[in-house]
Design a protein around this ligand. Sequence first.
Ligand SMILES: [Ca+2]
Length: 276
Amino acid sequence: MTTVGVLFTLQSCFRDGASAQTANATVYKRVPDVNAKIVNPIANFTGKSAKTCGCSCSKKASCRVFSLEMRVGLDPVCLLGGIDSTVQSDLTDISATLYYDRREDRAFRTLNRVIDSLRLARIASLTFAGQLVPPGYTFAMITNEIHFLKNMTADMNFSTGVAACKTDKANLVQDDKGVAWHKHIIQYATSKIGAMKNFWLGGNDLDGNHVYHWNDGTPVSGQTFWHSGEPSFKFNKIPEQCMELPWTYGGSNVTDEWNDTDCSNVRAVICEIRLP
Ligand SMILES: [Ca+2]
């Protein structure tokens, strides 16, 4: 998924007289053509527009995302979402538009500076048949980006797992965002498929050059979670070219580290949709 049709409208959070020197922009992306609302919001109130809703989100340190619900004859309702909020999509009784914070702008908030403008960004490519994501996906904002995870109930080999996720326009979950995301994936897997059941990660060495990369083509770099001695690239002369987690190793349980294994093995499948 790529960002196209970039921007913009730039609007001030304040009326005339806002101080020019405090003009830092918080950029929100609007997810177009989907009907999605915040569940378990950290705040909700009547809001006149995306601008007023977004300004409120900008000023609330725990706000990561907001949605604006529209009902005929009523003022729009603004819902602010935090990391424990979820997104419900495919609504039938209301119209709701989802906006989310661009990661690079979070520095403004941590600096506690006054934010007085709001850009509403448009991403034209993020659609899934009118829904944000297919049914069954769980929302997560652990990394300040929007991720959705879904446990496919059947166990599969690596390539079948990749194909199963593709039917949702998803990928095998990528453990490429550091410790917090790594822990979240494990927590999610434990809650959905139980501890100590191996599941695929979206990383491979299928070209056999002994350099692992993620299925989206990005290198496995930065913080990694390989078990000691892994990746081994083979076991008993059988090539190991696909990533899994968690797993058992030498008869003992290892619940939070990566292994490479034979891609024809059958593992649980967790799919991920990630909004850019
Ligand atoms: Ca291995």
